[in-house]
Design a protein around this ligand. Structure first.
Ligand SMILES: [Zn+2]
Length: 322
C-alpha cells in the first residue's frame, strides 16, 4: 500500500520538494531552481525531475507514492487546479498545473495556495501539531495567512477566505495595494517597519538610522531591530507599534476563530523574543476580559520546509476525501 506523499512548493527562485509518510513524519526535503526558460512545460519537467530525484534518494518507486501536492503563489483556482497568473514565469496564464503534473507523473495531484500549504505543514508536523484550530500569520514583505479548522483549510465561499493580512485594523488608515485602507499588513509587515522608520527620520526624528536614510540607503526591518537593540528610541517605538498592531490582529483572530494556537512565521519572527515578548504584552492588554486567554502565540518551527511538507499533507488530505 502506498505510504508516501510528496509536496512541491513553488517559490520565486526555487522549487522545494518534501517527502512525508502517512503519520506525518517528514522524511526529507530538497530543492531545484525554478527553470529560467521553457515556460509551463519547463516548470512541469523540473517538478517531475525533483520528484524523481527525491524518490530515487529514498529508494521509492511510483507505487509507493499515494499523491502529490503543489503549493503555489496566487492567483490560482484551487478547485480547477489552475494557475491564473505567475508573473515570473512567461506563459503561465490560466495554466492547468495540477493536471499537467498529475499526467506527467501518473500520480494524483492537488493544488493549494502556498500560504495555506505552509500553514498546513505547521499544523501537521510543526508548531501547530496537536491543535484542532490553528491560524498562521506569515510576516514578510506582506502578511500571509492560513486557517486550519479540524484538519481542513478554510477556503471561503469564493476561494478567497483567510486573507487575514487584509483585515482592516485602522479605519481610513494606510492605503493598501488591495484597494482597502488600514489593512493589518500595512502595519506589521517587515516592509512597513522600514517605511515607518524612514518616514519618521525624514520628518526630523533623531535615530541611529538617520545617517543611512540621509545617504539614501534603503533600511530594512533587521536594521530597525538592530538599532532598537542598541537603544535607539525611534526604532524601539516603531518596533513596538508593529507588535501592538499585530496583537490587535491576533485578538481579532481570537474573537472570530477561538484558535488553539496562532503560529507566526516569516522573516520578522527571526527576532524571537524581541518580537514575542512585546506581542504577548500587547495581546494580553487588548484581549477581552470575559474569559481567560487560552489561545497560544508561538513561532513556526518548520522554517522554509513548511510549504513543501504542508503541500504533501494537502495531498494526504485529498487522498482521504476520494
Ligand atoms: Zn489590504
Amino acid at each position: 500500500m502506498s505510504r508516501w506523499f510528496i509536496g512541491i512548493d513553488l517559490g520565486g527562485t526555487f522549487i522545494k520538494f518534501g517527502l512525508l509518510d502517512r503519520d506525518f513524519h517528514p522524511a526529507g526535503t530538497m530543492q531545484l531552481p525554478v527553470p529560467s526558460g521553457g515556460g509551463p512545460c519547463g516548470l512541469v519537467d523540473q517538478m517531475a525531475e525533483g520528484v524523481g530525484q527525491l524518490m530515487a534518494k529514498h529508494g521509492l518507486g511510483r507505487k509507493d507514492i499515494a499523491g502529490v501536492g503543489i503549493g503555489s503563489p496566487g492567483p490560482i483556482n484551487i478547485e480547477q487546479g489552475i494557475i491564473i497568473d505567475a508573473p515570473n514565469i512567461p506563459g503561465m496564464k490560466n495554466f492547468p498545473l495540477r493536471d499537467a503534473v498529475a499526467s506527467k507523473l501518473d500520480l494524483p495531484a492537488v493544488l493549494e495556495n502556498d500560504a495555506n500549504a505552509a500553514a498546513y505543514g505547521e499544523y501537521i508536523a510543526g508548531a501547530g501539531q496537536g491543535s484542532r484550530i490553528m491560524v498562521m500569520l506569515t510576516l514578510g514583505t506582506g502578511v500571509g495567512s492560513g486557517i486550519i479548522i479540524d484538519g481542513r483549510i478554510l477556503h471561503g465561499a469564493h476561494g478567497i477566505g483567510g486573507e487575514l493580512g487584509h483585515m482592516i485594523i485602522v479605519p481610513d488608515g494606510e492605503p493598501c495595494g488591495c484597494g482597502q485602507k488600514g489593512c493589518l499588513e500595512r502595519y506589521c509587515s517587515a516592509t512597513y517597519l522600514a517605511l515607518l522608520a524612514t518616514r519618521r527620520i525624514q520628518a526630523g526624528a533623531a535615530s541611529l538610522l538617520a545617517e543611512a536614510v540621509e545617504h539614501g540607503q534603503d533600511i530594512d526591518a533587521r536594521m530597525v531591530n538592530d538599532a532598537r537593540k542598541a537603544g535607539d528610541v525611534l526604532a524601539g517605538e516603531v518596533w513596538d507599534a508593529a507588535a501592538r498592531h499585530l496583537a490587535i490582529g491576533c485578538v481579532n483572530v481570537c474573537r472570530i476563530f477561538d484558535p488553539d494556537i496562532i503560529v507566526l512565521s516569516g522573516g520578522l519572527t527571526r527576532a524571537g523574543d524581541a518580537l514575542m515578548l512585546p506581542l504577548e504584552a500587547h495581546f494580553r492588554r487588548q484581549h477581552w476580559k470575559l474569559t481567560d486567554i487560552r489561545t497560544r502565540l508561538a513561532i513556526a518551527s518548520l522554517g522554509a520546509d513548511a510549504g513543501a511538507i504542508g503541500a504533501a499533507g494537502v495531498a494526504w488530505r485529498a487522498s482521504r476525501q476520494d
